[in-house]
Ligand binder design. Structure first.
Ligand SMILES: *[C@@H]1O[C@H](CO)[C@@H](O)[C@H](O)[C@H]1NC(C)=O
Length: 266
């Protein structure tokens, strides 16, 4: 479990109607959450909810590393997900290292333990073929492979060892002067971790953007949404909405650059 961070994730609720619905849903979610995993804080209290079309989304924003993303709390068929904060947003220097060389780190994670649906944020310096080149020149596939190779030695909460992922599609989405590289990929999990075969293939949609660290070099910010293959048809449209809503926010006083005080763990 992650330590609670000093900056609080912020909820922004646009109108009262949404608030009423949100509270009703939040209490339902809390009940479900409590029944499944009493030790974890429910995300429902810290986020805003939106319902547009089929499927419901919530928003997590973190002022520490200044990003915000949406994640689904139902599938398009209305199946409820109990998305719990399995790692509370925290600064880079205290986040769990994801790779052997500790470059990529999980800075926040939301997880449905029953359906194995995850939304996770990782941050790390641009490495490999991206290093030393201007982000303007990065190709979508290069970004995808760099992030995936960097993670290939990691184990995730979902439990499987990350095999080299098969990147199915990758493109650049330029929004508000920022670059967001979006890529769909499939990975095979280790059959020793879970015997249920439906979990052995995971389908994921990720989006990576970048922001310069204190030293001016680019740091990659990656949101990864992932589910077992059989849930993909019901989640893909919502994962697409998640990556479209992923935003690097303007930094505020609460912002802690990833390369600030790397030796300080608390
Ligand atoms: C996304 O998550 C899946 C499942 O945990 C993993 O296999 C994949 O490597 C991750 N992708 C990225 C870009 O982090």
């Amino acid at each position: 479990m992650a330590r609670p961070s000093s900056g609080k994730p912020q909820a922004d609720v646009s109108d009262e109607q949404v608030l009423g619905r949100r509270q009703a849903l939040a209490s339902q979610l809390l009940l479900v959450a409590g029944a499944l995993s009493p030790a974890l804080p429910a995300v429902a209290t810290e986020v805003a909810e939106s319902a547009v079309g089929a499927g419901q989304m919530k928003t997590l924003s973190d002022p520490i590393l200044a990003y915000s993303f949406d994640y689904p709390v139902t599938t398009t068929k209305g199946k409820q997900l109990s998305m719990l904060l399995s790692r509370a947003p925290e600064k880079y220097s205290s986040a769990a290292p994801l790779t052997a060389d500790a470059r990529q780190r999980i800075v926040s994670e939301i997880f449905d333990f029953k359906n194995f649906v995850t939304a996770s944020m990782t941050v790390g310096p641009a490495s490999g073929i991206l290093k030393g080149r201007s982000p303007e020149e990065w190709k979508p596939r290069e970004v995808a492979l760099t992030v995936l190779i960097d993670k290939s030695t990691a184990r995730t909460t979902a439990g499987q060892r990350v095999a080299l992922n098969d990147v199915q599609e990758a493109h650049l989405d330029a929004r508000n002067g920022l670059q967001y590289w979006v890529y769909e990929h499939v990975s095979q999990g280790s059959p020793t971790i879970t015997t249920r075969s439906r979990e052995s293939y995971r389908h994921s949609l990720a989006v990576t953007s970048w922001r310069a660290g204190l030293d001016g070099s680019p740091y990659l910010y990656t949101l990864n949404l992932s589910c077992p293959e059989d849930l993909w048809p019901e989640l893909e449209p919502l994962f697409k909405r998640s990556v479209e809503a992923f935003t690097l926010l303007p930094t505020t006083r609460d912002y802690i650059p990833p390369d600030k005080d790397p030796w300080l763990f608390f």
